[in-house]
Design a protein around this ligand. Structure first.
Ligand SMILES: Nc1ncnc2c1ncn2[C@@H]1O[C@H](COP(=O)(O)OP(=O)(O)OP(=O)(O)O)[C@@H](O)[C@H]1O
Ligand SMILES: [Mg+2]
Length: 255
């Protein structure tokens, strides 16, 4: 069971949209996929457009000091679609920030995910917030691999030169952590901007990390989430759906 975090300290780089579509595509490839919403904005949870019962257990319940060791992750799992599982979050996760800051708190997501052993999941995908905060650190300590969605813009690319060393710092406490790759997201297909920024990344020494495929900028990618659907479910023939399919095939090579 491989654990990915789809992370970037730059807000709005496409983490949630990429994670949501990647998960759906991996299910289409026959995988059992487990998603963790680890952002107090709860965008991933909202993307599924599901109604949850009053009794629902959320990720904040599992990683809180009160819940740790007492609540089991198996009791918090929802299955919005066949073979696609989710631990949802609410804004209340944000209330735990100071409690989670210390060394014992920072490993609580990792400890929580150990409860998935034996449930037959092939891959876990964590969706952290877009900042270098405690939730981001916890996702980096829980993961085996980082997938970094980045837009081909000056600000996103320059943030990478800070975010990559930030990831590396977490190797002290998570020796297995690897950067699987940078996936260029919202690439303008009509222009050469993907190629232009690829060159910039090469100059920053990040060229080897860039996935050979990319995700184009497309209204279908944004709109499908409004229907609780992946791009492929909403618009199977859209070019951006093919981008997500190709990307998932690349990721599946590493499972
Ligand atoms: N390939 C794409 N084409 C067009 N729009 C996209 C694409 N990917 C993401 N978006 C849009 O960009 C915006 C930001 O995406 P998203 O919420 O996935 O980013 P994020 O990194 O998770 O943000 P945050 O840092 O707030 O968690 C959303 O409105 C989303 O619909
Ligand atoms: Mg997000």
């Amino acid at each position: 069971m491989k654990i990915f975090t789809v992370a970037n300290s730059k807000g709005g780089s496409g983490k949630t949209t990429t994670a949501f579509n990647l998960a759906h595509e991996l299910v289409r490839l026959g995988k059992k996929v487990f998603m963790v919403d680890f952002d107090p904005q709860a965008s991933l949870t909202n993307s599924f457009k599901i109604e949850l019962p009053q009794s629902q257990i959320y990720i904040e319940d599992l990683v809180s000091k009160a819940g740790q060791g007492k609540l089991h992750i198996a009791n918090a799992i929802v299955e919005p679609k066949e073979n696609l599982f989710l631990i949802p979050a609410t804004g209340a996760l944000g209330n735990l920030e100071s409690e989670l800051k210390g060394p014992a708190g920072l490993v609580r997501l990792r400890e929580t995910l150990k409860g998935l052993q034996g449930l037959g999941m092939d891959v876990v995908i964590i969706d952290p917030p877009g900042s270098s905060d405690v939730f981001m650190s916890m996702s980096l300590l829980a993961a085996h691999e980082v997938i970094i969605p980045a837009r081909p813009t000056d600000t996103d690319i320059s943030t990478l030169s800070e975010f990559v060393p930030f990831i590396e710092e977490h190797k002290a406490l998570n020796t297995n952590l690897q950067i699987r790759g940078i996936i260029l997201n919202q690439v303008q297909s009509s222009s050469k901007n993907g190629q232009f920024y690829l060159e910039k990344m090469k100059n920053l020494g990040l060229g080897d990390l860039v996935f050979p495929c990319s995700i184009r900028s497309a209204i279908d990618a944004a709109n499908s989430v409004a229907y609780g659907q992946s791009s492929s479910e909403h618009k199977p023939k859209a070019p951006v759906s093919k981008d997500y399919q190709e990307f998932a095939k690349e990721v599946a090579k590493w499972l």
